[in-house]
Design a protein around this ligand. Structure first.
Ligand code: BG6
Length: 468
């Protein structure tokens, strides 16, 4: 599919941090799937500081793929491994960059994608070093999250990158934007006529977004303890999901229209009120390897947000996310206002409950409408019935986020990436929570976080996610 914003296809993929954790867990498995689906046609050049040779690198890629995809086909892996080269060297050493430029010349590459699967502190060095050998002239740069640590550092990073790459060639990854279930929010909302008339403050009572994970920090303690839940997932994944639920219809499929609408949502959003935010930390977190014994970093956060627009003013947006919680789920629940109840006012009879639209965005994704239907019997009573669709059953197999996003980066499609102003707006929204880090409330693993999270609800209740 082509849009007006499509850029030329890439002729090489350069992977910085090729021997790191992200490459192992996500990128090599995604590259395997691309190869299996016939979607890979370029050489892949790994760059890493580790003291490895080409064979060691290929073996590492091979093992990473099999760990993630135990039934991976040997022939597909072989085809992928044949594309790999490794450049080993220090990022601060000019020789590394000369050698990268020479390798790209060997492959006759003029339009490479540079993927930064490296710690954010390295982004400026890599970006400026690419420019030192002229590789910024035509290439695209893909930047992993977290993009900055706060508003000031995000702006600084944008300035650093813009000094060598124009905005249209900076692809900021948020892998939630590559999930079919998340993109479906846009399609479901704007391709179903029955939703749009009621998708506003006149009919919607509240919106709740939950991202819960049962795992703890699982060996990522030293990374996580410098980041916390607000920076790890709230500022990016959850706010991107929120924007898709809240935004006005984009004027067209081109990337800029969608980005414009997201930017408008955040511009109309008040910065988080620290008194409407609760941070939690699971009991045992401070004993995790790499975590400070007196750490006050949150592993859970719940917050109430407001969008002061004609569509949404007065509607609370509750977001809740954390690790060590009861189940794995990512869900958006849109709760509608209650209907008039005079018709159902028989003595002792229940009032109709509020309708819900539940978007299940996690592994078993789909949509559930919770509606009212007549309870069998002589009275005019109603009860909840679920009208549900599981997308895997209805729509068949979908591709993983990283496969889609790597494909987009190579094809030059910016739509599923985050634009500079949108990222800065999201930092502006969460900044007060970073400026006034209150203490963390302890909670037990397997719970729904600290009980204090209830205090941000304005007479509402948390919905228990239905998906695992
Ligand atoms: C990552 C976070 O961006 O998203 C992790 O750094 C989190 O902490 C992960 O576990 C969740 O992604 P998914 O796709 O499993 O919901």
């Amino acid at each position: 599919m082509s849009t007006a914003t499509q850029q030329p296809e890439a002729d090489a993929l350069v992977l910085f941090g090729a021997t790191g954790d992200l490459s192992k867990r996500k990128l090599f498995p995604a590259l395997y799937h691309m190869e299996a689906h016939g979607g890979l046609a370029v050489p892949i050049i790994g760059v890493a500081r580790s003291d490895w040779n080409d064979d060691g690198f290929r073996q590492h890629a091979h093992d990473s793929i099999l760990e993630a995809i135990p039934h991976a086909e040997a022939a597909v892996i072989e085809k992928l491994l044949a594309r790999l080269d490794l450049i080993q060297g220090d990022y601060a050493d000019p020789k590394t960059w000369k050698s990268l430029a020479a390798t790209l010349r060997k492959h006759k590459s003029e339009q490479a994608v540079f993927y930064m699967a490296i710690p954010p502190t390295m982004f400026p060095t890599v970006a400026t070093s690419l420019a030192s050998v002229g590789l910024n002239d035509r290439g695209r740069i893909v930047v992993e999250k977290p993009f900055g640590r706060d508003l000031a550092s995000a702006k600084e990073l944008n300035d650093t990158l813009h000094a060598v790459f124009p905005e249209e060639r900076i692809f900021r990854i948020d892998h939630y934007l590559g999930k079919e279930s998340v993109e479906d929010l846009l399609v479901f909302r704007f391709s179903n006529t029955l939703l749009e008339p009621v998708w506003n403050r006149n009919y919607v009572r509240s919106v709740q977004i939950t991202m819960s994970e049962t795992i703890g920090v699982e060996g990522r303690g030293s990374f996580y303890d410098g980041v916390g839940t607000i920076r790890d997932v709230l500022q990016n994944h959850l706010l991107q999901v929120l924007a898709l639920v809240a935004m006005e219809p984009p004027a067209g499929p081109e990337s800029r229209y969608q980005q414009d609408e997201k930017a408008k949502v955040f511009a109309a959003m008040r910065p988080i009120d620290p008194s409407a935010l609760v941070r939690g930390q699971y009991v045992g977190y401070r004993d995790e390897p790499g975590v400070a014994p007196d750490s006050s970093i949150e592993t859970f956060v719940a917050a109430r947000l407001e969008i002061d627009s004609w569509r949404w003013a007065g509607v609370p947006w509750y977001v809740r996310c954390g690790k060590g919680l009861e189940c794995n789920a990512t869900e958006v629940v849109v709760e509608f206002r209650e209907p008039p109840s005079l018709l159902f006012d028989e003595a002792g009879g229940p009032k109709p409950e509020r309708n819900l639209v539940r978007f299940r965005l996690g592994k078993r994704d789909g949509v559930t409408f919770t509606l009212q239907a007549k309870t069998p019997g002589p009275h005019l009573d109603s009860q909840n019935v679920d009208v549900a669709v599981d997308f895997a059953a209805a729509l068949g197999e979908r591709r993983e986020a990283y496969e889609r996003l790597l494909g987009d980066a190579l094809d030059g499609l910016p739509r599923r990436f985050a634009r500079e102003d949108v990222v800065e707006q999201t930092w502006r929204v969460v900044q007060p929570a970073l400026d006034t880090p209150d203490g963390v409330h302890p909670y037990f693993r397997g719970s729904w976080g600290p009980a204090e999270a209830d205090r941000i609800l304005c007479g509402d209740k948390w919905f228990v996610p239905s998906s695992t």
